[in-house]
Design a protein around this ligand. Structure first.
Ligand SMILES: [Zn+2]
Length: 252
């Protein structure tokens, strides 16, 4: 019986996740070769890119650093991987703390419009596909928000678009990020949504608020997320998601 030979480099990394990423990229190049580079469609490329990004988002900074150090990679790939490192060096909570402190805006509900404006963004409500878009050039930073969405959604969109600036970083002086667009992976959008959730419901403010309501006479049948939604002026689904993440943060 013929023994299937293992690729000699398939376990070159210490971390299991690095090996998984490495093997995925290896498989991608084998697939590309088999299909023929000229026959690879935009959809195929996008699906490989999304899968690769979802693996990267699960990695720690140390693991991504291992990929950078051990992999034989072009400078382009290295700078791509480094951008993931940079964006995860600070936690969302750290970034939000900095923003709220420098604008002196530790108050519930977070006035996201005022915050964006005092951080130098212009906000325009426009008729558009999708929820929002951020446009950056050397002179201005503009956020487009879909005029035809409910108020709580507009606020979340605004916080989300700010996330593309603060989390993704301002690597280039000229950029447009149109959300729900082909060039952004769902993993990245989820990452940015986590930031938006922290910005609208910062850990410290949520902690104090929850402490206050457990001490008060709340209806035992009441849905805590609804209290959060009312107080922080967010949708109840945004409040529920934030609450379950908050519980994890506190328990771990
Ligand atoms: Zn986005």
């Amino acid at each position: 019986m013929k023994k299937i030979e293992e690729c000699p480099s398939s376990n070159m990394y210490k971390s299991r996740k690095c090996n998984e990423y490495h093997n995925f990229k290896l498989q991608q190049s084998l697939d590309y070769e088999k299909i023929g580079y000229d026959n690879i469609t935009k959809e195929m490329k996008l699906s490989y890119k999304n899968k690769a990004e979802s693996l990267l988002y699960k990695m720690s900074n140390e693991e991504i650093q291992e990929l950078i150090d051990l992999g034989n990679k072009s400078s382009q790939v290295k700078s791509y991987l480094s951008s993931f490192l940079k964006s995860t060096t600070k936690t969302d909570r750290d970034i939000v703390k900095d923003i709220l402190t420098r604008n002196n805006m530790w108050r519930i509900p977070i006035d996201i419009v005022k915050l964006a404006e005092s951080e130098g963004f212009s906000i325009e409500q426009v008729v558009m596909d999708g929820d929002g878009k951020i446009l950056i050039n050397d002179i201005e930073k503009i956020i487009h928000v879909n005029v035809n969405t409910p108020k709580s959604r507009k606020k979340f969109t605004l916080a989300h678009e700010l996330g593309h600036w603060y989390v993704d970083g301002n690597q280039s002086s000229q950029q447009i990020v149109a959300c729900r667009n082909d060039n952004i992976s769902p993993a990245r959008e989820t990452r940015i949504n986590n930031f938006a959730s922290e910005l609208l419901m910062p850990f410290e403010l949520l902690y104090d608020f929850l402490k206050k309501i457990v001490k008060s006479d709340i209806d035992p049948e009441a849905n805590v997320a609804d209290y959060i939604a009312d107080e922080f002026e967010v949708s109840s689904s945004a409040a529920s998601i934030r609450l379950s993440k908050f519980v994890k943060e506190v328990m771990m």
